[in-house]
Design a binder for this molecule. Structure first.
Ligand code: ADP
Length: 344
């Protein structure tokens, strides 16, 4: 949005553009497009483009102007932070990281839910060891999420026949996701992680409409081609005004048992993307056999083997998410676990 245009006497024009987030991935595009457009006008000799960022009230007004249908009052009222995990393409480890981030957040004492919105490739139930069990419905007609250890889980996979090819069209998908947010008894959560389908399609748009307060974590592999694809999902997040919390680079090198390191998928793409978006690189998660094996076995690696290098990196990312969460969104609650005997 253009905040101000100030023409000067000497043919210099100042233009202030308002961004929805400070880490806007297409800031550079605005800079050049505005300059080019204004320079094309008669009498203009120079253009100064500057930026500022909308406050919460301005963002709310914009959402209203765009006619966004938000969830009814009260739905997700007890969910403090909603984090969408997205990627430009499939197979980069988005679901693996979602379940392990959830387990890592739970290990930090946070109350966590996972919504598997990867409608075309739902793999969360398998990765969390949830088989044929189906969610129950409460007397208040709310869907009760399944539990995988401490984690509350809802997946589209719970509601369709196994291996059924479901063709989700826009309106149907919108309705299903709205229901998962509105009609599921999520209860009080510190974090709801949403595993998005790869790419920049319908699901992300729907969620952005329903959850304007959500933040976005982008998963990429280290090679430049993957980073370019990941950037597209960042651009989409920006278009729908979702704030990008950070980048996680997955499959960042492999270390053999004898200590040799191979950068199988290249090097540095995660950091480059994070720099470009001006957001933190939350972690560089190496390739480890244990991460793949534990995903297949349905038990998150971070809970089973927290010392594995991939598990350590994911725990670091989880701590980053906790640090980035606005303080007012973290409700104090009783820590789970044992009381340590105190030495007096
Ligand atoms: P996506 O959700 O992006 O499609 P998945 O999470 O399903 O990707 O991961 C694809 C495959 O790669 C899975 O078999 C998973 O176990 C494996 N995988 C993901 N990340 C790693 C890693 N860092 N080390 C080893 N295997 C990994």
């Amino acid at each position: 949005m253009v905040r101000a245009i100030e023409p000067g006497a000497d043919g210099t024009v100042g233009v202030t553009v308002t961004l929805t987030t400070a880490g806007c991935p297409i800031r550079g595009h605005f800079q050049s497009a505005v300059r080019e457009a204004v320079m094309g006008l008669e009498g203009v000799r120079a253009v100064n483009v500057s930026f500022d960022v909308m406050d919460e009230a301005q963002k709310a007004a914009l959402r209203q102007t765009l006619g966004r249908s938000e969830l009814p009052q009260g739905a997700l009222a007890a969910v403090q932070n909603v984090v969408c995990v997205g990627s430009g393409k499939g197979g980069v480890g988005k679901s693996t990281l979602t379940v392990n981030l959830a387990a890592a957040l739970a290990a930090e004492g946070k109350r966590v839910g996972v919504l598997d919105a990867d409608v075309w490739g739902y793999s969360i139930p398998r990765m969390l060891g949830l088989g044929a069990e189906r969610p129950l419905v409460s007397a208040e007609r709310k869907i009760i999420p399944l539990r995988a250890g401490e984690i509350s889980v809802i997946s589209i996979g719970f509601f369709v026949e196994e291996d059924a090819a479901v063709v989700w069209r826009g309106p149907m998908l919108h309705k299903a996701l709205k229901q998962f947010l509105e009609d599921v008894e999520w209860g009080a959560l510190d974090f709801l992680l949403i595993d998005l389908p790869p790419g920049t399609g319908d699901v992300s748009m729907t969620l952005a409409q329903l959850l304007p307060q959500a933040t976005f974590v982008i998963v990429t592999t280290p090679q430049p081609a993957a980073q370019r694809v990941a950037r597209r999902s960042a651009e989409m997040a920006h278009k729908v005004s979702l704030e990008i919390a950070g980048v996680i680079e997955n499959m960042a090198g492999f270390v053999t048992p004898s200590g040799e390191r191979y950068a199988i998928f290249g090097e540095g793409g995660g950091q480059e993307l994070a720099d470009e978006l001006d957001v933190p690189l939350l972690a560089r998660v190496p390739l480890t056999m244990a991460l793949r094996e534990q995903s297949d076995a349905g038990l998150p690696l971070v809970a089973q083997n927290p010392d594995d290098p991939a598990a350590q990196a994911i725990r670091l990312a989880a701590r980053g998410l906790i640090a980035l969460a606005p303080p007012q969104r973290l409700i104090e609650h009783e820590p789970a676990g044992f009381e340590l005997p105190m030495v007096r």
